[in-house]
Design a protein around this ligand. Structure first.
Ligand code: FAD
Length: 502
């Protein structure tokens, strides 16, 4: 029998000095959050290298970002103006179910649920009786997105997120963090120095200076200089479920009004994004090197954009997956240093903010404890696996026959957790959201319907309604939504008035 290795020794001294390695979106989001909430008790330093730079992409977000900004006490108008942000109400998937199909995965909810049965059951019943129109017609955010309209509504009446300029966001958070006492150090980390017990002691920079710390946050991007390279934490590769491993990004001049949604356009070997900001458009392709080459992907991208190209287009390689653990000893990895899932549902920035919030919730008082480390790792893992399933869903559930990639992905065995969710929806129309899961029932339903999966039956509660009652119920929701959307101004017009870019 192999003896169980002892748990790594952990420092017991209180954490007073936090060192953040890396100043991309992850580094500055972590700095901002820790400094705002614990800055008075801590010495926080952030090391970044201008020479290395940041990944420079990551511009579509999801509504949880509003919570993060509330926790920081940020002014929305100021943030939007500083980052040239526009509103995002969802993602339009083009060519995912089959080459000609388009649907929107919108934020918010659809229709009105009954406690026994979600709205989808009543919609299915209505559809069966010829009383219901498209599922999306009962979702406010989706209807507003389709009509390119937006307005803030009283009482959190509309769910939205942002498209933003990643480098401007980093600069904005840097100003914020420095205001709360974070000290930025420019320099390249040449070596990571350890204590005798194996914990991290200091970052040694190329100029020979040493930055000592009690807790280290590894935000060094895909290099993962601290957790991966120094502590040797392994990487779980999920490319058997998510074959895309490369991306090309570029920016173009805006030639039309910004739409309030991200476009995700499927190609035979991957997909393309389009993210409209106030001052320009972010574009890119995500593709699988197993199914195509850089030149083909680049040509497809350049052939399907509008406006003058403003930036060079470089290829970014990545490995879909996650580190075996994201917190080991006195080092927590966040952002690309902890793993990466392709940006299909814009979840990376969300995961950074979850890391920040979770780290604050588990912030050590008298020194780092293994139980906190284990809990943190378990929660992050669960959250990431849930997101992974949701992304795999888009690739697996489709009817495209035009390329080997889509055919292979349809046939592949998917994670058991996803298999169960698909079977449950197919057989019963039901979806349940577990604790700590990002995507709501409505998100799963929109994507499963959008990708072509219609449940075999609906809940019996829906049968209790007469045709008249059901028509009144469905029609009432649709009419209220249409009336609300009609009163909203155009998205571009609204942004220009509310938070014009500075
Ligand atoms: P990076 O931006 O790579 O920053 C790493 C930092 O570490 C830099 O400051 C660098 O200088 C520093 N560094 C590294 N090594 C050293 C060293 N030796 N010494 C000193 N400093 C060092 N996320 C979303 O939420 N929405 C999206 O739409 C989205 N789109 C994406 C599209 C693509 C193609 C990719 C690849 C990612 C996308 N992401 C998206 C993810 C998002 O870009 C990242 O999660 C986010 O930018 C965080 O990156 P990071 O800060 O971890 O790493």
């Amino acid at each position: 029998m192999t003896p169980t290795p002892p748990a790594p020794s952990v420092p017991r001294q209180p954490v007073r000095r936090v060192v953040i390695a890396g100043g991309g979106t992850a580094g500055w989001m972590m700095a901002a959050c820790i400094a705002k909430h614990l800055g008075k008790q801590l010495d926080i330093r952030l090391v970044e290298s201008d020479e290395i730079g940041t990944v420079g992409v990551g511009e579509a977000t999801i509504p949880t970002m509003l919570t993060f900004h509330q926790l920081l006490g940020l002014d929305e108008r100021e943030f939007m103006a500083a980052t040239q942000a526009t509103i995002k109400l969802g993602i339009q998937f083009e060519g995912w179910r089959d080459r000609d199909a388009t649907y929107i995965h919108a934020f918010g909810s659809t229709g009105i649920d009954h406690w026994t049965a979600g709205f989808q059951h009543f919609w299915m019943k209505g559809r069966e009786r010829g009383l219901a129109s498209d599922y999306g017609d009962y979702c406010l955010e989706l209807r507003a997105a389709q009509q390119h309209r937006f307005a803030h509504l009283p009482g959190d009446g509309i769910n939205y997120a942002f498209h933003l300029d990643a480098s401007l966001y980093g600069a904005f958070l840097r100003r914020f963090s420095e205001g709360f006492g974070v000290r930025r150090i420019e320099g390249r980390i040449a070596e990571v120095l350890l204590r005798p017990d194996g914990d991290l002691r200091a970052l040694k920079l190329q100029d020979g200076s040493e930055i000592e710390g009690d807790l280290f946050v590894d935000c060094t991007g895909m290099r993962s200089v601290l957790l991966g390279q120094t502590l040797g934490v392994g990487y779980q590769d999920w490319s058997h479920w998510l074959p895309c491993d490369s991306a090309i990004a570029l920016q173009t001049a805006s030639v039309r009004d910004a739409v309030p949604y991200t476009r995700a356009i499927a190609h035979p070997w991957g997909w393309q994004w389009q993210i409209p900001l106030q001052h320009r458009v972010g574009n890119g392709v995500v593709f699988s090197s197993r199914y195509t080459d850089d030149d083909t992907a680049r040509a497809a991208l350049l052939g399907n954009i509008e406006g003058e190209v403003l930036t060079p287009h470089r290829v970014i390689r990545f490995k879909p997956g996650q580190r075996d653990v994201v917190w080991r000893r006195n080092c927590v990895a966040v952002g690309l240093a902890s793993g990466f899932l392709e940006p299909l549902e814009s979840t990376s920035i969300h995961l950074i903010q979850r890391s920040a919030i979770r780290l604050l919730q588990m912030f050590p008082k008298e020194g780092i404890r293994q139980s906190d480390i284990d809990e943190y790792n378990a929660q992050m893992r669960h959250e990431l696996e849930h997101i992974r399933d949701f992304i795999v869903l888009h690739y697996h559930l489709q009817q495209r026959t035009d390329s080997p990639m889509w055919r292979d992905l349809r046939e592949m065995p998917v994670p058991a957790s996803l298999r169960h969710r698909l079977d449950l929806f197919r057989e019963t129309g039901r979806v349940f959201r577990g604790p700590n899961e990002l995507f709501t029932e409505n998100s799963w339903i929109q994507v499963m319907l959008g990708q072509g999966l219609m449940p075999e039956q609906h809940h019996p509660t829906a049968d209790l309604m007469s045709d008249r009652e059901l028509a009144g119920f469905l029609g009432g929701i649709k009419t209220r939504i249409d009336q609300t959307v009609q009163q909203m101004p155009g998205h571009q017009q609204y942004i220009a008035r509310y938070a014009p870019g500075t």
